[in-house]
Design a protein around this ligand. Structure first.
Ligand code: ZN
Length: 241
């Protein structure tokens, strides 16, 4: 009798554990499925935004850096080779929304097949692939090689080429940081190489094939005014001394 009771009891106990294990197993599978659904939905929602997040990070970095962003122009313009006799400064826009020196260098070297790559001596970023207002120095400047930024070779031999990233013909004007960096760079270069204000030109002013560069929204008059104001201030300061 006792044996029968024990046998029935042990059968019930086995059944109970079997059920429990199955039940627990189902619960684990249910929870795992739910977890995977949540992860998958999260990925589906976020994947399309990944590139935007990346660009936004670059832009927010640029915004964070830009207000106090000032480079040492003298250090930037320093070269270890003999300096050329520069007589002109020619301003360009890249006619692209985005870019930096490395990207333009790749295009000029690999696509255009220009031996010295980047056609300009300096590139001023707009916060896309370099910081807003950041001045990048090209190899042509470091090695004091002629530019390839106009179709006029006589001009290229004596003209410093500065390119601002952006399309100022079909988009809007350059950013304030770009303009500020351009003013500082021109101010330094024109003082160092004795380049007069009348020799600071827009690409379209150079006699060559027709071009709109640096675009109708480029504030050339504003640039000249700022350069003149700085020159006047410096003159007054020298007279005061
Ligand atoms: Zn140009």
């Amino acid at each position: 009798m006792n044996k029968k009771i024990i046998s029935v009891f042990s059968q019930n106990l086995t059944m109970y554990f079997k059920n429990k294990i199955t039940h627990d197993g189902e619960r684990i599978i249910q929870r795992l499925s739910l977890f995977m659904i949540v992860v998958a939905s999260g990925l589906c929602v976020s994947i399309p935004f990944f590139p935007c997040v990346k660009i936004e990070r670059i832009n927010s970095f640029a915004r964070l850096e830009s207000p106090g962003y000032m480079q040492d122009i003298e250090q930037l313009c320093h070269t270890d080779v003999d300096e050329r006799r520069w007589e002109y400064i020619v301003i360009h826009h890249s006619a692209t929304e985005k870019g930096n020196a490395a990207r333009f260098d790749y295009y000029h070297r690999k696509v255009k097949k220009w031996e010295y790559g980047l056609a300009y001596h300096f590139v001023i970023g707009n916060g896309t692939f370099s910081r807003d207002g950041e001045i990048e120095v090209g190899e042509r400047w470091k090695k004091q090689i002629h530019g390839a930024h106009t179709a006029n070779m006589n001009c290229n031999r004596v003209a410093i080429g500065i390119c601002l990233v952006g399309d100022f013909e079909n988009g809007g004007p350059p950013s304030e940081n770009q303009l500020e960096s351009l003013v500082r760079l021109i101010q330094y270069l024109s003082r160092k190489y004795h380049i007069s204000s009348s020799n600071v030109l827009q690409h379209k002013q150079v006699h060559q094939r027709c071009t709109a560069c640096p675009g109708k929204y480029f504030p050339f008059a504003e640039l000249k005014t700022r350069l003149m104001q700085i020159a006047t201030k410096e003159r007054n300061h020298i007279q005061e001394l």
